[in-house]
Design a binder for this molecule. Structure first.
Ligand code: 4NP
Length: 154
């Protein structure tokens, strides 16, 4: 079982999309996907309605997700921890106890070559920002899913 955690700031816009998108691309018996935020503003809440809506538009249901905070226990549980932007990345790394924990943390967009490394926070944006975030995350999740799926077959 490969365990993947998607992390952003609020865990209501970007990482819930990343969780739902990657989940839709892998076998749930082989890959466990979850998401969390580095901040606690929205704990217990469902994702932002704009994330729920853009996911729904592409056939992915994320409305059942509930916001939670990233904890140091996540370093034990997960094999790969993907940060949406550099602030998230720095904040997660600061909590790591050792090199093996640090090595689990990556910027999501390091998995692809888009020419930029951050999934921009769409919280203060509009529908178009959410659409763009969905597409960017989808490209990265495709690369991750292909890698995980091909490892499983080797
Ligand atoms: P997210 O977006 O990190 O993609 O979930 C945000 C959601 C909420 C806030 C910031 C970013 N906030 O400040 O409440």
């Amino acid at each position: 079982m490969t365990k993947v955690l998607m992390v952003c700031l609020g865990n209501i816009c970007r990482s819930p999309l990343a969780e739902g998108i990657l989940q839709s691309m892998v076998d749930p018996d082989e890959v466990f996907v979850d998401s969390a935020g580095t901040a606690a503003y929205h704990v217990g809440n469902p994702p932002d309605i704009r994330s729920i809506d853009v996911a729904k538009k592409y056939g992915i249901e994320i409305g059942q997700q509930r916001c939670r905070v990233f904890t140091t226990a996540d370093f034990e549980t997960f094999d790969h921890i993907y940060a949406m932007d550099k602030n998230n990345y720095t904040n997660i790394l600061a909590k790591a106890k050792n090199d093996s924990q640090k090595q689990k943390v990556k910027l999501l967009l390091r998995e692809v070559n888009l020419g930029y490394l951050e999934v921009q926070d769409p919280y203060h944006g509009g529908t178009l920002n959410f659409e763009s975030v969905f597409k960017t995350i989808s490209v990265a999740c495709r690369a991750i899913a292909d890698k995980i799926n091909s490892n499983g077959r080797n």
